[in-house]
Write a protein that binds this ligand. Structure first.
Ligand SMILES: [Zn+2]
Length: 461
């Protein structure tokens, strides 16, 4: 008789998928890590994964959460670190990257320290922070250096800050690169957007159906080209968040062909919806920055998803109450940006990508877990299923169909842009460091159990 090791948890009978392999294997978990893959084992607890896909927990490097919800009557993102990371668990996401910006008159270092406290108290899955700036200050450079010393490996900027007249931002990107940090860039040209809005206003066409025209594709392209130029000038690697258009992606492909370290994220809604939804009743609910684009752009993003020119999927989870999103006082030029996507990201990609045959399961894993983990220095602790990795797993049910509905879920956002849509491939179980944090529709995770992940070198090598 072969010796059977007993583990804290054994996950039995599932199809285990990584970015490079697919096969049946039992998984033994000990002290929060994967201890054995395949072969005889028994578990103190056992989980039957027959018929389920066992994937690395998703690594979503783009979420917007806060220590506290906005005061009643004050519009803002409604998920706290606790409710947002619980939504992550429900969506099969086991590591989040939290955008961390200073408030008015706050330094970057102070913002990071304060939000770290909140995350430590509240997070239910593991996390890192992306320190970022909109405006720059005299102490920004010193703060960035101190954050790098403390182990931070990412930095978030907006090209809008350059349009607002912060040329020292280029120096900050250079400094970030010299500190071994990856700079995340939101690419939209503010001057062009302002011009477009003024033109719409002059023509009396600022109703929400004009939202896509208020932030045209060329404003993204111009900003992407500027970000690429900054990458070339400084040698600092950049990660372009929520790329939405064909022409931006083509430009990025050319930059990568020249050997520049430019990495690309896209966002679930761009893979599903197109710009005409803004002309439907309640069209403001879909507003994001950049806006939804054409069917041709959507097709180009799918090509990028399949061929590897898009590296990651990030939810850009930005949860609102519908009443605030659809405030009748707002128009195409003032719409509140952002949508909640943490809980629907994996089923959306499974339904539109895997179930249609556009991508295989291993590519699904690369996009949602392995490549974001590698890019942000979390691999192989996160983003794969291997002996010694954290036991962060999502058990997807490829046969489970469920209809999305407004107000259903862990997020405090009270609506979904996919209301009444049916997706397949929902998480049955989400496991974080060996602990089941989501089981068949119920979250079971204590606030504060999530840990900050120590980052190693960033980028794909
Ligand atoms: Zn964002």
């Amino acid at each position: 008789m072969p010796e059977e090791t007993e583990y804290d948890l054994v996950i039995r009978g599932g199809t285990v998928v990584t970015a490079g392999s697919t096969g049946q294997a039992d998984i033994g978990v000990a002290r929060g890590q994967i201890a054995q893959l395949g072969g005889p084992m028994r578990g103190h607890a056992e989980l039957d994964a027959t018929g389920l896909l066992v994937l690395p927990g998703a690594v979503d490097m783009h979420v917007h959460l806060a220590a506290s919800a906005p005061e009643p009557g004050k519009p803002g993102f409604v998920d706290t670190f606790e409710t947002g990371t619980r939504a992550a668990a429900a969506g099969g996401v086991t590591t989040v990257g939290v955008m961390t910006f200073p408030g008015a008159d706050e330094s970057l270092a102070a913002a990071v320290a304060q939000q770290r406290d909140g995350l430590r108290q509240q997070a239910v899955v593991d996390w890192i922070m992306h320190p970022g700036v909109i405006t720059t200050r005299d102490d920004s450079r010193a703060d960035l250096s101190a954050l790098a010393q403390a182990g931070h490996r990412s930095f978030k900027i907006f090209t809008i800050s350059l349009d607002l007249g912060y040329p020292d931002l280029v120096g900050l990107v250079a400094a970030a690169g010299s500190h071994g940090m990856l700079t995340l860039v939101h690419c939209e040209d503010q001057a062009m957007i302002q011009f477009s809005g003024e033109q719409l206003a002059a023509e009396g066409r600022t109703d929400i159906s004009q939202y896509p025209a208020s932030r045209p594709e060329v404003s993204e392209l111009a900003a992407v080209d500027r970000a690429i130029a900054i990458c070339e000038l400084t040698g600092s690697p950049i990660y372009l968040v929520h790329v939405s258009s064909r022409r931006a992606l083509d430009s990025i492909r050319r930059a990568r062909a020249r050997g520049l370290p430019v990495y690309v994220e896209t966002r679930p809604m761009y893979l599903d919806l197109t710009d005409e939804v803004h002309s439907t009743p309640g069209g403001a609910r879909f507003a994001g920055q950049p806006p939804l684009r054409s069917a041709s752009d959507r097709a180009a993003l799918w090509d990028g998803i399949a061929d590897g020119s898009i590296h990651t999927l990030g939810s850009d989870h930005a949860p609102w109450l519908l009443a605030d999103k659809q405030d009748p006082a707002l128009d195409a030029t003032t719409a509140r940006p952002g949508v909640a996507e943490l809980e629907t990201m994996l089923p959306l990609l499974y339904t539109n990508g895997v179930a249609t045959g556009r991508i295989g399961l291993e590519r699904f894993v690369a996009l949602t877990a392995t490549d974001p983990a590698r890019l942000f220095g979390l691999y192989p602790q996160k983003g794969t299923i291997a002996v010694g990795s954290d036991a962060d797993l999502v058990l997807l049910d490829p046969a489970r169909a469920r209809r999305v509905a407004d107000g259903v879920g862990e997020t405090r956002a009270d609506y979904s842009i996919y209301h009444q849509r049916e997706f397949v491939g929902w998480p049955r179980y989400t496991i974080s460091r060996g602990e089941v944090v989501w089981r068949d529709g119920t979250a079971d995770a204590a606030a504060g159990r999530g840990r900050e992940v120590r980052q190693g070198p960033v980028g794909l090598r």
